[in-house]
Design a protein around this ligand. Structure first.
Ligand SMILES: CC(C)(COP(=O)(O)OP(=O)(O)OC[C@H]1O[C@@H](n2cnc3c(N)ncnc32)[C@H](O)[C@@H]1OP(=O)(O)O)[C@@H](O)C(=O)NCCC(=O)NCCS
Length: 187
């Protein structure tokens, strides 16, 4: 099958990948959030958070890691991670984004991206990996729970003019959890 996980390469992203990340984000956001976040709010957020210059500056930061998934030359997914610092309360790294195009979903690519993210977060000494998910994005919530993430509580953010309810999850990054910590969690 053309979109099998073996055909997909995952590598650290650099500032040179900013336009590809932006392109995947635009497509994935439209599909993922069209029934959940008003179009005008999505547009505002995409213009800010996926601005090319902003993405390039993010890649220059010591406390940010990015990963990009490609099938051949085509970008098909990405993940962005903030490492955080021991002074953070609560402590831990934050998975800022994880998006795949629909045609490569459900082939293990998200899991592989998450393994890279976990390895980078663990190497930085972070005790947890945090992620905030749109509270009505049930497929993603189920997916994170299957990967071993534990629900921590609700949160709210502003996306454009829209107040969005989120569900916050954390994944313990202890040595015993390995890059496949979810396997332990799932028993
Ligand atoms: C959520 C997402 C990152 C998951 O990545 P993926 O590559 O599709 O998922 P994977 O194939 O790695 O899934 C691994 C496991 O989860 C299972 N799974 C995949 N999608 C699932 C779903 N929607 N519900 C429940 N389980 C799911 C798979 O069956 C697989 O299980 P297994 O390991 O027991 O075989 C991806 O589907 C995506 O980008 N979705 C749209 C954007 C999004 O919601 N991003 C998160 C925003 S915070």
């Amino acid at each position: 099958m053309a979109s099998s996980e073996t055909a997909i390469r995952i590598e650290p992203s650099t500032r040179a990948d900013a336009a590809d990340i932006q392109a995947v984000a635009r497509q994935a956001w439209e599909i993922t959030y069209r029934d959940l976040i008003p179009a005008a709010s999505r547009d505002t957020f995409l213009r800010q958070a996926y601005d090319l210059d902003f993405l390039q500056r993010l890649h220059a930061r010591d406390d940010v890691r990015g990963f990009i998934a490609r099938r051949g030359p085509q970008p098909v997914g990405f993940a962005m991670l903030s490492l955080g610092s021991p002074a953070d309360d609560p402590p831990g790294a934050v998975l800022r984004s994880l998006y795949l195009l629909p045609e490569v979903q459900h082939f293990g690519c998200g899991r592989r991206l998450l393994q890279e993210v976990c390895a980078a977060a663990r190497a930085s000494g972070a005790p947890f990996l945090w992620v905030a998910v749109h509270s009505d994005l049930s497929a993603a919530r189920t997916w994170y729970e299957r990967q071993g993430f534990v629900y921590d509580g609700p949160a709210e953010i502003l996306i454009g003019d829209a107040k969005i309810a989120e569900a916050v999850y954390r994944l313990p990054l202890g040595p015993e959890s390995g890059s496949d910590g979810r396997l332990e969690a799932r028993g």
